[in-house]
Design a protein around this ligand. Structure first.
Ligand code: ADP
Ligand code: MG
Length: 698
């Protein structure tokens, strides 16, 4: 269906103008001057011909059929023209016109009407409020950009039109090429998900790039991105993650910006490579577009300078993902025979400052032939003896015949202008500094790792949904949305969690008889729908040793609660089995408006807020993701056990995460949940939920 937009047989530019100063003129000019082969029509109320293009007063007057209409008209005419397009049988629209969602409430309504009309006729639409689209395969430039990009394998989408023009300009200088180039605008219809889906199996796009300010439907985005990234690397830069950036983004395109943790999880769980800067975005794109896929993570370095070789080696180790390749004996022998005695024949291979291209040949050839090497990074510093251009040419030739990626860093400026062009023309990704090349290699390795992962497994536990449903109904009937420990325990039990024995006492006598039954030591906790943080009111007491203590404590806790919050309804006091000491964790849930339930796990206890040592995943969580999540906590070594401690039951924590994931999938009305603490015991001994609370959507 998107062919109507990217490869239409005919295009009408509605709002084409004879006046070169107008946007409509520029758009028409772009459509007709870049080699587009289909039929082109200009739509203008009075002109008979614009730029030698057949011109009609409306799309309905065009004698042939129309695939695509590009709208560059005043906003008040857009709805009428779209109606005419629908009647005409137009299938694709690019609405450049602004004045919709981005200008406030009235504009938002107008956009809704626009979308309704587009959908009524089964059309697809890019925009409104965009720069347009460019497709270098059909040579269609339906935009007001000043330039046509070079053809290439990068598919690019951007929520900022201005950024599009900057990148076009820059890419013309740098030589990077694009297959498709889309300014998403307000993305009322076609959005990032539509394009990810369409480009995932596009043989002409080796890598997908996205600049996003917000995401329309986070859950759908993750689902689709997961599939797309299995075949095609997707690199995204998401702006608006710092709080100042967030304000700018929402006034800019009127997009909702989700929380940073949710984006981080969404990108990670869907295999999207996240670029931290525009530079990183294109550094990575160039590597993917120009070079074959990286098969492993072992890198060899060939250099004519020791220092940069060490810098690159350090950078490789720092990625935590790439490794320096262990060269085989064969390779080392070949290098020793071919290179001077002063050369270093181990990785990094240092061919010494007076090296000319012949030494680069010996070293690069040997490295590429080594079965322990997955990619080669070639470093070059200009020296007195260097035959720079010949070396660049040679690297290009050797790389061309190898299935392994070759990246270069030619360091310097004035003497490298030619060499850089040679490398670029031959599709060798070259970077000004070795660290950037290493970053690009790390991105490639991350993608390889993602693709090689087995399909995710999702657990399905036998649970008692009905019981929870009924409980939630009762809570709502009572006019509440918060469940304290007493009620949250029921939910936890229904989802198979282990909990200490516990019973509600309504009098000191009842407290004593329950405590006697459970056995000492005992824990007592205030139970009130109006007190969610029990310790804050002195409402928790552990280690009560006998009936006398229980009786006294009952009155004390009740007294404290009344004093602290005189209007609180007090249900009684929970008399609870005292759990053995273990390591205290926190498992929490927060619902992100765009991505859904975000499940957190971290070290619990009183320092939670200060340490912020939590790891996130979006639900649904797969078994592999749960395992990785726990290992992502900074203090994970404490769970593995330090100084002779036995390891904690990590497998059981994984289970708890999966059960929680299932719970929040089953009950979208859970907007917040806290298990704190989850006390975890040694391997094989499980864990227990000592406290929980749940907040439902109001
Ligand atoms: P709060 O509402 O203040 O979070 P909790 O129920 O979490 O109250 O209790 C506070 C602390 O008391 C817990 O972090 C835990 O260390 C300890 N605790 C609570 N319940 C038990 C129990 N059944 N056995 C042992 N320790 C407990
Ligand atoms: Mg607690």
């Amino acid at each position: 269906m998107l062919e109507a937009i990217f490869a239409p047989r005919s295009v009408a530019v509605v709002g084409a103008s004879p006046n070169p100063a107008r946007l409509g003129h520029q758009v028409l000019k772009n459509v007709i001057t870049n080699g587009y082969q289909g039929a082109v029509y200009a739509i203008h109320p009075t002109a008979s011909s614009i730029l030698d293009t057949p011109t009609y007063p409306s799309v309905l007057d065009v004698p042939e059929s129309l695939d695509l209409a590009v709208l560059v008209i005043p906003v008040e005419h857009v709805l009428d023209v779209v109606e005419q397009c629908g009647q005409k049988g137009v299938r694709g629209l690019v609405v450049i016109t602004a004045g919709f969602k981005e200008v406030g409430r009235e504009g938002k309504q107008r956009e809704q009407l626009l979308l309704a009309r587009v959908q009524h006729y089964g059309m697809r639409m890019i925009g409104p409020n965009c720069l347009g689209i460019i497709d270098t395969l059909s040579n269609l430039n339906a935009s007001f950009a000043g330039l046509m990009p070079n053809p290439g394998e990068i598919a690019f989408m951007s929520q900022s039109g201005a950024l599009c023009t900057a990148i076009l300009d820059w890419s013309k200088g740098g030589g990077l090429g694009f297959s498709r180039f889309v300014s998403l605008g307000n993305k009322a219809d076609v959005d990032e998900v539509t394009l990810l889906e369409a480009w995932g199996d596009d043989p002409h796009s080796k890598v997908i790039l996205a600049y996003l300010e917000g995401i329309n439907d986070g859950t759908h985005f993750v689902q689709v991105a997961r599939r797309t990234t299995r075949t095609t690397p997707v690199i995204a830069i998401k702006s608006g993650t710092t709080s100042a950036g967030t304000r700018a983004a929402s006034s800019h395109t009127g997009s909702l910006t989700g929380s940073e943790s949710a984006y981080e999880a969404a990108f990670r769980q869907s295999g999207i490579l996240r670029a931290e800067s525009m530079q990183e975005l294109f550094d990575l794109a160039m590597a993917f577009a120009y070079q074959p896929p990286l098969q492993g993570n072992k890198i060899a370095i060939v250099t004519n300078a020791g220092g940069p070789g060490i810098i690159a080696t350090d950078a490789i180790e720092r990625t935590g993902l790439l490794q320096m390749a262990d060269l085989t004996q064969d390779t080392i022998r070949t290098l020793q025979t071919g290179l001077p005695a002063t050369a270093n024949c181990f990785n990094p291979i240092d061919i010494i400052g007076d090296a000319r291209s012949d030494r680069y040949r010996i070293a690069l050839q040997a490295a590429l032939a080594d079965p322990n090497v997955d990619a080669v990074l070639v470093l070059f510093t200009p020296q007195a003896a260097s035959d720079t251009d010949v070396t660049a040419q040679l690297i290009a030739e050797l790389a061309d015949t190898s299935p392994k990626p070759v990246l270069t860093s030619f360091m310097g400026a004035v003497s490298l202008i030619n060499a850089r062009r040679i490398l670029n023309d031959n599709r060798i990704p070259n970077y000004h500094f070795p660290e950037r090349a290493v970053q690009a290699l790390a991105g490639m390795a991350r993608h390889t790792h993602w693709r090689n992962q087995p399909e995710p497994e999702y657990a399905e536990f036998a649970v008692d949904r009905e019981r929870v449903q009924q409980l939630f109904a009762r809570v709502r009937e009572a006019g509440r949305v918060e469940l304290g420990e007493l009620e949250a325990r029921e939910v936890m039990l229904a989802y198979g969690m282990r909990l200490p024995q516990s019973e509600l006492a309504r009098s000191p006598e009842e407290a004593v008889s329950i405590a006697n039954r459970i056995g000492y030591p005992i824990v007592m906790k205030i139970s009130s729908p109006d007190i969610l943080h029990k310790s804050d009111v002195g409402g928790v007491k552990v280690g009560l040793k006998d009936a006398g203590e229980v009786r006294d404590m009952y009155e004390l806790i009740e007294y404290r609660a009344r004093k602290y919050s005189p209007n609180a309804r007090i249900w009684g006091i929970l008399i609870q089995e005292q759990a053995r000491k273990g390591r205290e964790l926190l498992v929490g849930v927060n619902r992100d408006p765009q991505f859904g339930a975000l499940v957190a796990v971290g070290m619990g206890g009183i320092y939670v807020e200060v340490l912020k040592d939590v790891a996130f995943n979006l639900a649904p969580i797969s078994r592999q993701e749960a395992a990785a999540q726990i290992r992502a906590i900074r203090t994970y070594p404490l769970l593995r056990g330090v100084r002779g401690e036995l390891p904690a039951d990590v497998a059981y924590i994984e289970d708890v995460l999966l059960r929680v994931s299932q719970m929040v999938q089953d009950f979208p009305e859970i907007v917040e949940m806290d298990i704190n603490p989850l006390v975890v015991y040694n391997k094989g001994e499980g864990a227990m939920v000592l406290d929980a609370r749940i907040i439902l959507a109001s």
